[in-house]
Write a protein that binds this ligand. Structure first.
Ligand SMILES: Nc1ncnc2c1ncn2[C@@H]1O[C@H](COP(=O)(O)OP(=O)(O)OP(=O)(O)O)[C@@H](O)[C@H]1O
Length: 305
């Protein structure tokens, strides 16, 4: 598939998981998970350590087989045997530890493993001018303008490197882009850079799965939010039905905090008035109470429509 084909009809279902689970030996990492990835939407998967986020993306990206439930791609039941198999179906994962060669120029990293050649076999040579030109065009199409394509990729900031990896996946035909904690190791400004390209990928019609610990980052770009806890889905709501506060409380283990608050109030001597209550059920929080998206601590990504 060429990158011109990525603009699938917005809202079209690309990947769906129903009742998916995964057992490692006797340990159940994931159970009964439903998740839908749609064209032109960002699906955020949030969860604390050990919640099952990595296991989930390994299943969707072809690294692991699920042991229960069903995986549908374009509405058809599918079993992915490898990441290459997933890639052939248009599903690409960009991991935190980007597989780049730090001393190689940006354009070489862009083409790594898929270099263009020219001339008839067996006299083929690398088509360096074309690789540089196409890499530059692909980056610019995503709004990434680098001063010098010859600079080693290691000299770029973490946010820029993530952005190059996103543009690369888009160029090579990803329809579903899985981003594994792309902002985890980044400061506010660099996180903003990455979130901008997450939004750009969505605008191009890709279905994006954005894995994160950070509800603020998720809320800046997300269309749907799924919170995992101990391998099961604790919350799954579209943007209209959940506020940033609710999402943050779920991530902070709001129910446990509320129980703790109750205990502390009984012990006395602790001011529990300012502690949060249990997260409201989505929809209970009242319309029009949506949190300001440009709240403190959140980088300046484009506002959601
Ligand atoms: N290969 C494995 N073998 C056995 N257990 C595993 C394996 N991979 C993950 N687990 C277990 O499955 C559960 C979910 O882990 P997973 O790595 O998917 O969570 P996570 O949400 O990605 O956590 P983190 O944010 O810490 O990466 C954990 O209890 C973990 O110990």
């Amino acid at each position: 598939m060429s990158d011109n084909d990525t603009g699938a009809r917005a809202g079209r279902e690309l990947v769906r998981l129903t009742g998916v689970g995964k057992t490692y030996g006797t340990s159940r990492a994931l159970h009964g998970v439903d998740l839908t990835v749609r064209a032109g939407e960002v699906t955020c998967v949030l969860g604390d350590n050990g919640a099952g986020k990595s296991t989930l993306i390994k299943i969707v990206s072809g690294l692991h087989r699920h042991s229960e439930g069903e995986l549908l791609i374009d509405g058809e039941p599918a079993r992915l045997s490898s990441p290459r198999d997933a890639l052939a179906r248009g599903i690409a994962a960009v991991y935190q530890d980007l597989a780049t060669v730090t001393l190689m120029p940006v354009w070489r990293n862009f083409w790594l493993g898929s270099e263009l050649t020219r001339g008839p076999w067996p006299f083929q040579r690398l088509d360096i001018p074309r690789m540089k030109r196409v890499a530059d065009e692909s980056l610019r199409a995503m709004g990434i303008a680098l001063d010098d394509m010859e600079q080693p990729i290691g000299s770029l900031s973490g946010g820029q490197r993530q952005s190059v990896a996103i543009a690369r996946a888009v160029h090579f035909g990803a329809r579903v882009l899985i981003l594994d904690e792309p902002t985890a190791a980044l400061g506010v400004k660099q996180s903003g850079v990455v979130l901008k390209y997450v939004a750009a990928a969505r605008e191009r019609g890709l279905g994006v799965v954005f894995i994160t610990h950070n509800p603020h980052h998720a809320y800046l770009v997300g269309d749907h939010f799924t919170v995992l806890r101990l391998g099961t889905v604790e919350l799954s709501e579209p943007r209209e039905r959940v506020t940033l506060e609710e999402l943050t409380l779920h991530m902070a283990g709001g129910a446990e905090l509320a129980a703790l608050k109750h205990e502390l109030a009984r012990v006395g001597g602790v001011d529990t008035g300012s502690l949060p209550d249990a997260p409201a059920r989505p929809g209970e929080s009242g319309e029009g109470e949506r949190h300001d998206e440009n709240a403190e601590d959140t980088p300046g990504a484009p506002p959601r429509p």
